[in-house]
Structure formats: C-alpha cells, structure tokens
Design a protein around this ligand. Structure first.
Ligand code: PLP
Length: 383
C-alpha cells in the first residue's frame, strides 16, 4: 500500500518561515538503496533502522518510503520513536531495540510494538501485563560479545522460558556484532559461533522462535552467515557505505545546503571569527553562510580542513565555525544568495558525510545524526 508522505517528520520544529539553510532528503535515492540492498541479502527479509529520526533524515518519510520499496519491518531505539511511526499510520512490525522504562510498557503494548528483553526482572514484570485481549510480543537479545545490552547465553533460557510461561509471544532471538565492518576480525566468528550454539541448544529444547537476526548493514553485506531471517539495515539505506570494504552503488539520501548571506572584503592581516584564529594572509573575499554548529556543522571542522561547495567548487572554511554562521574564502564571482553545499553534490563536485567524518575523526553516522532539528528537511521524490 502506498502511503502519503505529507505531514511527517516535522514534529520538532515549525518551518512555516523560510530559512537559508536546509536539508534535501532524496527519497528516490532511498528507494534505490532499499531495492539494491534487498537484492544483496539473499533470502533474508529487510528490516530498516529508523531510530534517531532516521539517522537525521526524517523518520516517518524514510520509514514509509522504505516500506513502499520492500522493507518489511522497522527498528527503533526508543518507545517514543515507535509511537511516532504508529501515529503516522504505519502498522508494520516495529521492534524497539533495547529495554525501555517500565512506565512505557503499557503504551508499547497498546501500540503493538515488539519488546526487546534481556533482564530476568524485565521478563518477570512484563508477563504481568499479558491479557487475553492484547498480545505482548518480545524478541530476546543475546549478548555474544558486544557487551552493550543483551543477556549472557548462559542465562538466556531463563529469560525466554519466563516470558513464554507467562504468555508473552517470543517471536524473535537476536544478537549484535561489534566488528561487522571488519569481517575478517575473529570477534565476528566468535560471536556468531556463540549465537549458533545457543540457537541449536534452544531448538533442541523445542523452542523455535519465528525470527532470528544478527546483521547490521555491514554484516548483511559482508558476512552472509549472519543474515538469518532478517537483516537490520540502517546506514546503508541512507546511502552511506557501512564499511571500507563495501562498494555497493548506494546513493546518499541527505544533503545539507545553505545560501550565502553576506560577502565582504578582509584586508591582509585581519582576523576572521572568534578567537581571531585565522588571519587573512592577503586581501581576501569572505562569504558568510547562515549555518553553524547549532545546525550540526561540527565546529571541529574549522581547523581540520573543512570545505564547502559554491558554484561547483571546493572552497575553504575560514576561522571558527560559530553557532549560527560560518565563513568561507571565496572570489568576486560569489554573490549573496548563491547555494552552498555542506554535505552533498553540486556540479561535478561532492562532499560526503564520510569525508567530513574522516576530517573530524568520527564516523559518518554521527555526521548525519548531528543535523539538528533546527534544519528543515525538504523531501524530494519524483513519484
Ligand atoms: C542493534 C542494532 N542493529 C542494527 C543497527 C543498524 O546498524 P547500521 O546502521 O550499521 O546498519 C543498529 C544501529 O546502531 C543497532 O543498534
């Protein structure tokens, strides 16, 4: 069923007023990525990770587009994120990836969300909420070596049995890999071996949950044995390579753009921005761009070779990036109103989230998640 995209993704800020800084979200690129990923994962189903406002891309429009393109389930980090999707009319399965505060549980049941459970106390409390009217669904998460959340395989049976005995429908068992982007690391096979032996013992006891899953984007593409029933794909769907070893023809979904708001001359020796940390070595033309670190442009880029695109050319950021504005060294061809690309393409040039991540010593996930709620997402689709 095709869904209407209007009205989604704007819950945090009011964008009736135009601003010379925005994010373009290319939903056709997302569709392309979903279709490509589906072809790359064998028989596994594709469930997509839309937590954190779809990694900054806008959760409702991205979730709907992914489902229309063939994804069959959704994953989020928080109960609140799942409720937003339900309120938008999405009724596909949604798994909440970690345990939530007790005060959220009834809301989760009312919205038909799938719980993740890994603590025995949680299992004991959750069964108390089972009623004949509203089924409670849970996936049990096994910690095979990531050491973030999950139950140790040695204690997992108690959690599973408590849930089943109390009437919770345990329709999934899963784990998460710590090093999937480096598939040859021994941690991967160690974790998957531990998971496999736990599953065999479970099946031998006659417990056969409908769904088994372990793979994030990198594992889905690089470690076929991790695919099981469905893969949990996040970053790749947004067009960002999940590993240095993948070279799928993914298309970036998000671009971050602005317009030049001011152009002025700075004489040789004059400083630019806070701390006067950059001084013009010669007479220079500086363009000011109304986007800053409060919008998600990392201030650390100021002095690590940060660049933007204007007129299809790479131009250097000069001086410290401020909360709402940054400065760029330009030439006389640049005018107020010219488009500036912080992330994305212009002409034949492009700046990727991966490039920015490398410059500021982080991962591209953080770069796109950091695009703040102050930035309006403009959704584009030919359909
Ligand atoms: C449990 C779990 N599964 C899957 C994913 C998706 O990972 P990726 O974005 O690398 O595909 C995440 C994201 O952090 C996660 O926490």
């Amino acid at each position: 069923m095709l869904r209407k995209l209007l009205g989604g993704g704007h819950r945090h800020a009011h964008h009736a007023i135009d601003r010379w800084a925005w994010a373009d979200i290319d939903l056709d690129a997302l569709t392309h990525n979903v279709q490509l990923l589906k072809k790359s994962i064998g028989d596994a189903e594709l469930w997509v990770v839309v937590k954190a406002n779809a990694y900054g891309h806008g959760d409702v429009p991205c979730a709907m587009t992914a489902l229309n393109a063939g994804a069959t389930g959704l994953l989020v980090a928080l109960a609140e994120e799942a409720v937003t999707l339900r309120h938008a009319g999405i009724d596909e399965p949604i798994l909440v990836l970690s345990e939530q505060p007790r005060s959220d549980w009834q809301t989760m049941i009312d919205h038909g969300l799938i719980f993740t459970v890994y603590n025995i106390e949680t299992a004991r409390e959750l069964v108390k909420l089972v009623t004949p009217k509203k089924p409670v669904h849970a996936h049990v998460k096994i910690d095979t070596g990531m050491n973030r959340v999950g139950v140790d395989p040695a204690h997992a049976n108690e959690v599973i049995d408590t849930l089943i005995a109390g009437g919770v429908i345990v329709d999934g068992i899963y784990t998460h890999l710590a090093c999937a982007d480096e598939p040859s690391r021994p941690e991967n096979s160690r974790q998957l071996d531990a998971f496999d032996s736990f599953l065999s013992a479970l099946n031998a006891r006659g417990v056969n949950p409908a769904r088994v899953h372990a793979a994030n984007s990198a594992a889905a593409l690089l470690i076929p044995r991790s695919r099981f029933s469905f893969v949990r794909v996040g970053i790749a769907m947004y067009g960002i390579q999940p590993s240095a070893l993948t070279d799928l023809n993914l298309k970036p979904v998000l671009s971050l753009r602005a317009r030049v708001s001011h152009v002025h001359k700075v004489r040789a020796g004059e400083p630019v921005s806070y701390g006067a940390r950059w001084n013009a070595p010669a007479d220079t033309i500086i363009a000011t761009v109304p986007i800053g670190y409060a919008d998600g442009v990392a201030r650390r880029l100021s002095f690590t070779g940060g660049e933007v695109l204007i007129g299809g050319r790479r131009l250097p950021i000069r001086g410290a990036i401020t909360m709402d504005q940054l400065m760029v060294e330009v030439d006389e061809s640049v005018k107020i109103g010219d488009e500036v690309v912080i992330i994305g393409g212009q002409g034949s040039e492009s700046i990727s989230a991966e490039e920015i991540a490398t410059k500021i010593d982080t991962i591209p996930y953080e770069v796109v998640c950091d695009v703040s709620v102050r930035i309006e997402r403009k959704y584009h689709s030919a359909n």
